[in-house]
Every structure is written in structure tokens, then in C-alpha cells.
Design a protein around this ligand. Structure first.
Ligand code: ADP
Ligand code: MG
Ligand code: MG
Length: 252
């Protein structure tokens, strides 16, 4: 079952074309990694999937569960199960992490036609999920990401993901700035959240995250397109040889 189908997607920021004919198909149960040099358009692609207003799609299409994703407002995409963990997670001082998580969680329940969880039941659920990411319960009463270290923010993202159970999770450089212990915890959290009916798109600069999360496919992005797709071994080859050879061989 295809979850995400991207065909010849082109997009610009202001007057600058960034995506130049991107094709990608992700099926249920799959983990895809997108690698590629700085500025190749990886973050642009993830933000377009989430519905970020700075980017204008100029051509192509994006189907999510068979529907035109680009027609849906960002909140609707989130409620439909698209989750984007931002490269630089937002801080929301004054809103407790627990309240933030409960509001997001209940919005999704409501969308699914389920009753909202009351504060007590939600509290039980979140305390169970927080063990997955090994965050101290004290993080729940603090402002959203307020004063969290880089690693704590990433773990908090995985906690959000564990609660929201997205169908398509997009993780943009979730590994950046993590020490090796935090990397393992985050990777382990992600691995435990993979199911046969969801899929994960990992965007990463480095191969090391892929030591812990084994992708079904590795794609190389360059100049706003995917120029090469391979198996997990491709990530090792990129780590050893860089990107220049891909550009040359693929004529990008
Ligand atoms: P990557 O994540 O692969 O490093 P990005 O998608 O962040 O690449 O950026 C791709 C290109 O688009 C870069 O040249 C970047 O400067 C440009 N770009 C991205 N977002 C903006 C923006 N909001 N305004 C202007 N240029 C942007
Ligand atoms: Mg799989
Ligand atoms: Mg980026």
C-alpha cells in the first residue's frame, strides 16, 4: 500500500526554484532515508510536505493515502497523520509540555471520532510513553522545549511522535547535535514506533543514524531532485566517498 507518492514536484522560495522534479514513492512499513549535500533541498521538501507557507509548489503532485496532500491546510495534514519533527524545534514558553502534548493528542482523537482523554488518563499514557525516550517526568511540567538541550528537544519530538502515532513521520536531521547515548535513545524510540501500517522518512547528513535505524531505501538528493536510490549500503558508500561521484555518474 502506497502512503506517499511524489511526482515531478517543483517548488520555489520567493523567485528561486529549489525543488526541480522530485519523485519519491513510500509504501506502508518502509523506512526511507534522504541524504545529500547542504542546500540540496532536503529541508525544503520536508517543509512542503508539512505545508510550510514560505514555499510555493509550482508543479507536480503529492498524493498522501491517495489524496492530494497539497490541498490540505497544515493542521489537517497533521490530523491526517503527517508528522514533521523540525530541524530546530520550537520553544513555547509559558505552555507546559504536558498541556501541549494533551491538546495535540486530543485534537487527533477528535479527528478520529474518538472521545478526548481526560487529564488523568492522559497523564497515565504520557508517563508510559516517556519511558521510551528516557526523559525525566520533570520535562512534562516545563514550557515546551524551554531551556531543553538539543538532545532533550529531540527526545521530546520522539515523545510527541509516540503519542500521535503518525502514518508518515518525517524526521529532518533528528540526529544533528546528539551525543552517542542520545542518538541511541532517539533511534531506539523511532525503531519502536515503526509499524506495518506507517512509514518513516529520515533526512540526514550522516550515515551514523543509519547504524541504528536500518532504512529500506537510501536516496541521494542533489539540486532539488533525487538523483540516486539504493539500499542501506549506499549510505556507507556515501560516507566513504562523498557525493561528487554520484553527481558525475548521474549527470546531475
Ligand atoms: P538542505 O536541507 O538540503 O540543506 P534546504 O532545503 O534547507 O537544503 O535549502 C535548499 C536551498 O533553498 C538553499 O539554497 C537555501 O538557501 C534555499 N532556501 C531554503 N529556504 C529558504 C528561504 N526561506 N528563503 C530563501 N532561500 C531558502
Ligand atoms: Mg520495514
Ligand atoms: Mg536541511
Amino acid at each position: 500500500e502506497v502512503i506517499l507518492e511524489v511526482r515531478e514536484l517543483t517548488a520555489r522560495v520567493e523567485d528561486t526554484p529549489i525543488l526541480k522534479g522530485l519523485n519519491l514513492t513510500i509504501r506502508a512499513g518502509e523506512i526511507h532515508a534522504i541524504m545529500g549535500p547542504n542546500g540540496s533541498g532536503k529541508s525544503t521538501f520536508s517543509k512542503i510536505l508539512a505545508g510550510h507557507p514560505d514555499y510555493t509548489v509550482t508543479g507536480g503532485e503529492v498524493l498522501y493515502k491517495g489524496k492530494n496532500l497539497l490541498d490540505l491546510p497544515p493542521e489537517e495534514r497533521a490530523r491526517e497523520g503527517v508528522f514533521l519533527a523540525f530541524q530546530y524545534p520550537l520553544e513555547i514558553p509559558g505552555v507546559s509540555n504536558l498541556d501541549f502534548l494533551r491538546v495535540a493528542y486530543n485534537a487527533k482523537r477528535k479527528h478520529q471520532g474518538l472521545e478526548e482523554l481526560d487529564a488523568f488518563d492522559f497523564d497515565d499514557l504520557v508517563r508510559q510513553k516517556i519511558e521510551l525516550v528516557k526523559l525525566d517526568e520533570g520535562f512534562l511540567s516545563r514550557g515546551v522545549n524551554e531551556g531543553f538541550s538539543g538532545g532533550e528537544k529531540k527526545r521530546n519530538e520522539i515523545l510527541q511522535m509516540a503519542l500521535l502515532e503518525p502514518t508518515l513521520a518525517i524526521l529532518d536531521e533528528t540526529d544533528s547535535g546528539l551525543d552517542i547515548d542520545a542518538l541511541r535513545i532517539v533511534a531506539n524510540g523511532i525503531n519502536q514506533l515503526t509499524r506495518p501500517d506507517n512509514c518513516i522518512l529520515l533526512i540526514t547528513h550522516y550515515q551514523r543514524l543509519l547504524d541504528y535505524i536500518v532504512p529500506d531505501y537510501v536516496h541521494v538528493m542533489e539540486g532539488g531532485r533525487i538523483i540516486l536510490t539504493g539500499s542501506k549500503e549506499l549510505a556507507l558508500e556515501l560516507e566513504a566517498r562523498g557525493y561528487d561521484w554520484v553527481r558525475e555518474e548521474e549527470g546531475a
